[in-house]
Design a protein around this ligand. Sequence first.
Ligand code: ZN
Length: 176
Amino acid sequence: MKCPTCGREMKSRVRDYDYVESGLKNVVLKGITVHECKHCGEVLPEISNVKQIHKWIAEYLVRKQGPLTGDEFRFLRKALGKNAREIAERIAVNPVSISRWECNKVPIGAQSDRLFRMTFILGLPEEARMFTESKCLEIARAVLQRRTTTAARKPRSQRIEITPRRSEEEDRRAHE
Ligand SMILES: [Zn+2]
């Protein structure tokens, strides 16, 4: 494969890739093909199932025990396809709060965090939802049972590891 930047030949190898394009600093895609140009430094990951990968990340975040970080909030908001004003209306806060959270200036309150997760799960019309009806209910229950008093109060982003190839197989098996 030719480098789109300098036109020279790229080297391809299978490796772990920090998926910063997601807007999150802590997502690692394990064992994907990455094309690298040693002449100009261009790096091109081969990510064929972006939609599916974003769904896995979303499910991980919405089920996360600790509070959401600003980046994680933004990721989920974008996955919903809503702007800050629309989300502010849904969860009954001032739009200014949303931008403060997303810039990590102010931590997201426990109630807003919970209501936002519920909005994420159930806030879209059924046909546009990311998960099936039964999965939505299962995740919603888990969100309501999350202990906010004992979970770490400080938002921390843990490393999210996704193995696209293996996860795809697991997903397929789960639907059989
Ligand atoms: Zn190049």
